[in-house]
Structures are given as C-alpha cells and as structure tokens.
Ligand binder design. Structure first.
Ligand SMILES: [Zn+2]
Ligand SMILES: [Zn+2]
Length: 88
C-alpha cells in the first residue's frame, strides 16, 4: 500500500499538494455522485484528479441513494421539492 496522501506529478515528478478535498463531481440530480481529491503541482501547475478515499458515502434509509455524509440526501431533497411539501 502506497501513501495515498503523496501524489507525484506525472509531468515533472514533483510532489503534488492537495488543492481541493472531496470535490463532488456532477450535479445533485445524478443518482450517485463521485468525489475527487484535486492535486496541484506547485512546480509546473499540472492538476490531477484522484478518486477521493476520504469521502465515505452513506446510504439514505429513505430512498437508498448514496451521498456524502456532509450533505443532505439530494434525491430526497428533490423528491420533497416535487411533492409540494416544504423542504423543512
Ligand atoms: Zn509538475
Ligand atoms: Zn434519500
């Protein structure tokens, strides 16, 4: 197992630094969102995306969709919006 925190730039071989952690790809309308860690090379500016290993997805007990534990279930939020009831 290699150290997941250490990414080397494929361009110049320098160590890349984590620029954005667990960035959600796609929109809230996608059933399953994909989180990535964005690494940037300080030397040449190259940016690489890696599948986030820290974002542990949770499964919604209501609709079964997987989403980040940091946010409310996007599917249920949409369902609530379309059902005519207030989101709160
Ligand atoms: Zn580089
Ligand atoms: Zn849900």
């Amino acid at each position: 197992m290699s150290d997941p925190a250490k990414k080397l730039c494929p361009e110049c071989g320098s160590e890349m630094s984590l620029a954005v952690e667990s960035y959600p790809m796609g929109s809230a309308f996608l059933h399953e969102r994909f989180h990535v860690d964005i690494f940037r090379c300080r030397k040449c500016g190259r940016v690489e995306l890696f599948a986030s290993e820290k974002a542990k997805m949770v499964t919604c007990p209501v609709c079964g969709a997987t989403h980040s534990p940091k946010e409310k279930c996007p599917i249920c939020a949409i369902n609530t919006a379309f059902s005519g009831h207030a989101a709160d």
